[in-house]
Ligand binder design. Structure first.
Ligand code: FCX
Length: 436
C-alpha cells in the first residue's frame, strides 16, 4: 500500500532525527553495570538492543507501540461481526504506531492477499519435503526456499544506497508475512493430509480466516481464534530468541527471508516456541493418567513428580515476566466466551493455573511461577480439532513473522549496525574480575 509505505517512510525519517540527536547528546550515558552473573546467565535483563515495535513490561506484559494487549484487542478493527483483533491491523500498528482506517485496512488486506502468492516451482519444492520432517524444519526451509524472491537481496546486489535499505526490506517484510501462512498451510497438508488438495485462499477473507481456511477449518469461531492467536504471539520485544536471532542475522544485511528463517530455528527450541507443543503433551499425559475425574491434589502430585524427574513444567515461567502472561489471559477470556464449560482439557488448564504456581513457588528457585502464553493455546486448538501438536510452533512462527519483520523494517530504517558483543573465556573472565 502506497499509504502505508509513505507513513512508514515519514515516521522513519522523524525517528532518525531523534536517534541521531540522542546518540550525539547521550551516546556515552550509562544504562547500568554488567555483572558476571549476567554474562554467565544468558545476558538476562542486560540492556543491549534497540527494538522499535514492542516493549515487554515485567508485570503488564507486552505492549505493541505502547498499547497493551487488552487495548490492542479493544481498539483494533475486527472482521465483520467479529470480536477479535485482525492480524493485518496489528501488522500496520507494529509498522506505524497506529491502526489503519477501514479503507486503508481493506486495501492492505487485498495487497497482502496478492503478495501471498508463491511461484509454482517453489510450492512444488515445499510440497516435496518428507512427511516425517518436523514441521518447524519445513517452515524454516520453506521460508528459505522463497529467499531467491528477496527484493532486498537484489537491491543490495544492484548497489542500493544504504539510506534506502529500509525500502526493499519493507517490501520483503510484507511478502514474508503474506507468504508465511501459505507456506505453513502447505506444510500442514504435507504432514497430515494430501498436499494436492489444499483449500484455496479467498480474496474476500481476512488473513486469519484465510489461513484457517487453507488449513481446512471452516468453523467461524476457529477463524476468530486464529486472528487472536496471530495477534497475541506476534511480538515480544527484541531479546527473546526468535526476535533476537532474526535481528542478529538481519544486522549482517542478510535479507528478511534469511533472517526470519534463522528466527524460526530459534523458535523451534523446547524452551521457546516448542514449549506450546510440550505443554499440550503435558496436559494430555495428565489427562491420560487422571481421566476426567481428577482433583487439584492429583494435579499437584503430578507436577511434583514432573519436577522430581528433572523436567520443567512447560507453559510456566518466563525470563522477563513476573506475573500471569496477559496472552494467557486473552486465551482464557476467549475460552470463557466461546468454549463450553465441560471441555475437560480447558478445565484442566484452568485447574493447573490454580495449582501450579504454588508448587513452583515452593521450589524456591523459579523466578516466575505464573503461566505464559503456551499454557493455554494448545487446549484451545485441540477444542477445534487441531490436534497435530507438533504443528503448533508453526502457528507461532506465522504469527511471529508479523513482529520480527516489522522490526526489521525499522532496524534498516534506523541504520542499525552489525551486532558484535564481547565474549570471554572463563579464564579471561576470572582474570578480569580478579584484577579489577
Ligand atoms: N518448571 C520447572 N522449573 C522451572 C520452570 C518451570 N516451568 N521455570 C523455571 N524453572 C527453573 C529453571 O529451570 C531454573 O532451574 P536451575 O537453576 O536448576 O537451572 C530455575 O527455575 C531458575 O530459572 P528462572 O530464572 O525462573 O527462568 P529462566 O529465565 O532461566 O528461564 C524459561 C525461563 C521460560 C526458559 C523457564 O521458565 C522454563 O523453562 N519454562 C518452561 C518452558 C516454557 O514454558 N517456555 C516458554 C516460554 C515463553 F513463553 C516463550 O519464550 O515462548
Amino acid at each position: 500500500s502506497v499509504a502505508l509505505k509513505k507513513k512508514v517512510e515519514h515516521s522513519i525519517q522523524e525517528k532518525q532525527k531523534v536517534l541521531n540527536h540522542f546518540k550525539k547528546e547521550h551516546g556515552n550515558a550509562k544504562l547500568g553495570d554488567v555483572t558476571v552473573g549476567q554474562v554467565i546467565g544468558g545476558m538476562r535483563s542486560m540492556p543491549g538492543l534497540l527494538y522499535e515495535t514492542s516493549k515487554l513490561h515485567h508485570l503488564d506484559g507486552i505492549t505493541y507501540r505502547g498499547k497493551d494487549l487488552y487495548q490492542v484487542k479493544e481498539q483494533s478493527p475486527k472482521a465483520p461481526g467479529g470480536s477479535e483483533p485482525l492480524p493485518e491491523a496489528a501488522l500496520w500498528l507494529l509498522l506505524t504506531g497506529e491502526f489503519p482506517s477501514q479503507s486503508e485496512l481493506q486495501e492492505f488486506q487485498t495487497e497482502l492477499f496478492n503478495r501471498g502468492q508463491i511461484p509454482a516451482e517453489i510450492e512444488k519444492l515445499i510440497k516435496s519435503f518428507p512427511k516425517t520432517m518436523h514441521p518447524m524444519t519445513q517452515l524454516s526451509m520453506g521460508v528459505l526456499a522463497c529467499q531467491p524472491l528477496s527484493k532486498f537481496a537484489k537491491a543490495y546486489h544492484d548497489g542500493i544506497h544504504k539510506s534506502k535499505y529500509w525500502d526493499p526490506t519493507f517490501e520483503d517484510a510484507l511478502d514474508v508475512c503474506a507468504r508465511v501462512s501459505r507456506i505453513a498451510a502447505i506444510i500442514f497438508h504435507n504432514c497430515y493430509g494430501d498436499n494436492n488438495k489444499i483449500p484455496t485462499a479467498d480474496p474476500a477473507l481476512d488473513y486469519g480466516a484465510n489461513f484457517a481456511k487453507q488449513l481446512g477449518f471452516n468453523d467461524k469461531t476457529f477463524w476468530e481464534l486464529m486472528r487472536l492467536y496471530i495477534v497475541i504471539h506476534a511480538d515480544h520485544e527484541g531479546g527473546n530468541v526468535s526476535a533476537h536471532a532474526t535481528h542478529l542475522v538481519g544486522s549482517t544485511l542478510a535479507d528478511p527471508y534469511l533472517s526470519f528463517s534463522a528466527g524460526m530455528n530459534g523458535l523451534a527450541g523446547p524452551l521457546h516456541g516448542l514449549a506450546n507443543q510440550e505443554c499440550l503433551k503435558f496436559l494430555l499425559d495428565l489427562q491420560d493418567k487422571l481421566g476426567k475425574t481428577w482433583t487439584e491434589d492429583d494435579i499437584r502430585q503430578y507436577v511434583k513428580d514432573t519436577l522430581a524427574s528433572g523436567k520443567v513444567v512447560p507453559g510456566y515461567g518466563h525470563a522477563v515476566l513476573r506475573k500471569t502472561d496477559p496472552r494467557f489471559m486473552c486465551e482464557l477470556n476467549f475460552a470463557d466466551q466461546f468454549i463450553s464449560k465441560d471441555d475437560n482439557l480447558v478445565n484442566l488448564v484452568k485447574a493447573c493455573y490454580r495449582v501450579i504456581p504454588n508448587v513452583l513457588e515452593a521450589t524456591g528457585k523459579v523466578s516466575n511461577p505464573w503461566p505464559n502464553v503456551d499454557a493455554g493455546s494448545g487446549a484451545l486448538l485441540m477444542h477445534y480439532g487441531l490436534n497435530q501438536f507438533d504443528y503448533y510452533t508453526v502457528l507461532f512462527g506465522v504469527s511471529r513473522a508479523f513482529g520480527v519483520m516489522a522490526a526489521q523494517v525499522w532496524s534498516r530504517g534506523l541504520g542499525l549496525p552489525i551486532e558484535r558483543p564481547n565474549s570471554f573465556t572463563l579464564e579471561h573472565l576470572i582474570k578480569k574480575v580478579e584484577h579489577d
